[in-house]
Design a protein around this ligand. Structure first.
Ligand code: OVM
Length: 403
C-alpha cells in the first residue's frame, strides 16, 4: 500500500446497513456481495470504507501505522467525539504506548501462566461435560457456554465472588458500543450504570485476590512497568474482552458441529482434533465479526485512495470465508482443513492477547464432550443473539448420545 499511486478504479458502493437486524442475524449473503463488489467498498449508509476480502483485511490489520486504533475500534471517531468510556489502553491505543501495555499483558497471560491453570480448568470441564452427556438434551448456550467460562475465568482474574452476573452484560455492552448509534447500542448503554460501577470497583487493587491476573497487573504497576492509573484500565480490558468472547467461542463451536454432525463424527473419532475444530469453527462462525480502524494518512488500497482520518470497517467474518483465500469450499465446515491463518482473533500487534486462555477453555470443554458423546444433533432451531460486533446464539438446543 502506497499513497503515491493514482486511483485506477471507481470504488464500488453498497447501500446495505451491516448493523441492521437482517445482516447481523445472517451476514453471509451480504459478505459475498461485499467481497464481489471489490477489495474496497463504500458503505453509503454510514459514508464509510469497508473491506471484506481476506488479503485486504489481513494487510490492513497488520499495517498499524496506517490503520490506527487510537481513534477507536468502533464507528465513533475518538478525534471527533467523546468515547462512552475512557479508551482501552490496549485495544484503543497505538505504538509506542500500546507496546508498553501490551508487553505487560503478554507477560501476565503467558503460556506458562495458562499452563498452570490447566489442571483446575480441566476438572470443571470434565464435570460439566459429564453432566451434559448424562442429561442427553441441553442448551449449548444457557447450560454450557454461559456456565463454564464463568466457573473458571473470574477466579483466574481474582474477582470478588459477588456481582459476577455483571460480567456478561458488560461484555455485551462493550461489543455493542463499537457499532453505530442504533437501537442495540442505545439499549445497551441505557441503564448500564450499575454494571459499569461494579466493573470499575472490581478493577481496584483491594477488590482483586492475590495471585490472580488482576493482582499481577497491579504488581506490574508496583514494579514501575505501568503507571498506577493504568492498572485498573488494564484489568478492565480483561473484563471487557475475556468473558463474552469465550462464551460465544464455545457456543459457536458447538453450533458449528451440531449443524454439521459429520464433523462431530470426525472429532469423536479423534478428540485430539479439538484445537483444529475450534480454529475451523472460529473461521466458519467468527464470534467477533467486525472491527474498525481509522486511517492515519491518505492511503491507496487496490486503486482506491482512502483519505486521512477515514473510518474503515474490516469484516473479519467475511475474510474468514473468502473463497479467494480459502478455496471454493470456504463456506463448508471442515475441521481437517488448515484454518489457523484466520483473522477471528485479529492479526498483527493487536491480535487477541487472551488467546491462550480462550484456546485452553475451548480445548478442555470440547475434548471432554467429544470423548463422552458419539453424536450431537440440533433438537430445534437455534435462536440468534443480536450484537453490533458479536455473532452468536442465545439458544442452541442439542441432543448428545453417550459413547
Ligand atoms: C479492551 C478490549 C479488547 C478487545 C476487545 C474488547 C469489548 C475490549 O481492551 O477493553 O471488546
Amino acid at each position: 500500500m502506497t499513497s503515491q499511486a493514482a486511483p485506477v478504479v471507481t470504488t464500488p458502493s453498497l447501500p446495505d446497513d451491516p448493523f441492521s437486524t437482517e445482516i447481523l442475524t445472517d451476514p453471509y449473503e451480504f459478505h459475498q456481495r461485499l467481497r464481489e463488489a471489490g477489495p474496497v467498498v463504500r458503505l453509503a449508509h454510514y459514508d464509510l470504507y469497508a473491506m471484506g476480502r481476506f488479503d485486504e483485511v489481513h494487510a490492513s490489520l497488520r499495517d498499524w501505522e496506517t490503520f490506527i486504533s487510537g481513534r477507536g475500534a468502533g464507528l465513533a471517531d475518538f478525534a471527533r467525539e467523546t468515547p462512552w468510556r475512557p479508551p482501552s489502553l490496549l485495544l484503543e491505543a497505538d505504538p509506542p504506548n500500546h507496546t508498553v501495555t501490551r508487553n505487560v499483558m503478554n507477560g501476565i497471560v503467558s503460556p506458562r501462566a495458562v499452563r498452570a491453570l490447566r489442571e483446575g480448568f480441566s476438572v470443571l470441564a470434565e464435570e460439566i461435560a459429564e453432566r451434559m452427556v448424562e442429561r442427553g438434551e441441553f442448551d449449548a448456550v444457557a447450560d454450557l457456554a454461559e456456565v463454564y467460562p464463568l466457573q473458571v475465568f473470574p477466579d483466574a482474574v481474582g474477582l470478588p465472588a459477588t456481582g459476577r452476573e455483571n460480567l456478561l452484560p458488560y461484555g455485551a455492552l462493550a461489543f455493542n458500543a463499537f457499532g453505530p448509534d442504533n437501537e442495540l447500542r442505545r439499549a445497551a448503554l441505557a441503564g448500564a450504570a450499575a454494571v459499569q460501577e461494579w466493573i470499575a470497583a472490581s478493577c481496584q487493587r483491594e477488590a482483586l485476590a492475590p495471585g490472580g491476573f488482576g493482582a499481577q497487573i497491579w504488581a506490574a504497576a508496583d514494579r514501575g512497568d505501568l503507571l498506577p492509573e493504568q492498572a485498573p484500565l488494564l484489568v478492565r480490558s480483561l473484563l471487557s474482552a475475556g468473558v463474552d468472547t469465550t462464551v460465544y467461542g464455545i457456543a459457536n463451536t458447538l453450533y458449528s458441529l451440531a449443524s454439521n454432525p459429520d464433523q462431530w463424527d470426525v472429532l469423536h473419532a479423534d478428540p485430539k482434533l479439538a484445537r483444529f475444530a475450534f480454529d475451523e469453527a472460529l473461521r466458519w462462525e467468527s464470534p467477533v465479526q467486525t472491527f474498525f480502524r481509522t486511517t492515519s494518512r491518505e492511503v491507496d488500497v487496490a486503486g482506491t485512495v482512502i483519505p486521512e482520518g477515514s473510518k474503515v470497517l474490516l469484516f473479519l467474518g467475511s475474510a474468514n470465508r473468502d473463497p479467494r483465500h480459502w478455496g471454493e469450499d470456504a463456506n463448508r465446515l471442515d475441521i481437517r482443513r488448515k484454518a489457523s491463518g484466520h483473522v477471528a482473533f485479529g492479526m498483527g500487534v493487536h491480535q487477541c492477547v487472551g488467546q491462550p486462555l480462550a484456546r485452553l477453555e475451548v480445548e478442555l470443554v470440547l475434548t471432554a464432550l467429544a470423548r463422552r458423546a458419539r453424536r450431537i444433533e440440533l433438537t430445534g432451531t437455534p435462536v440468534p443473539k443480536l450484537n453490533n460486533t458479536l455473532k452468536g446464539w442465545s439458544s442452541v438446543p442439542v441432543r448428545v448420545e453417550a459413547a
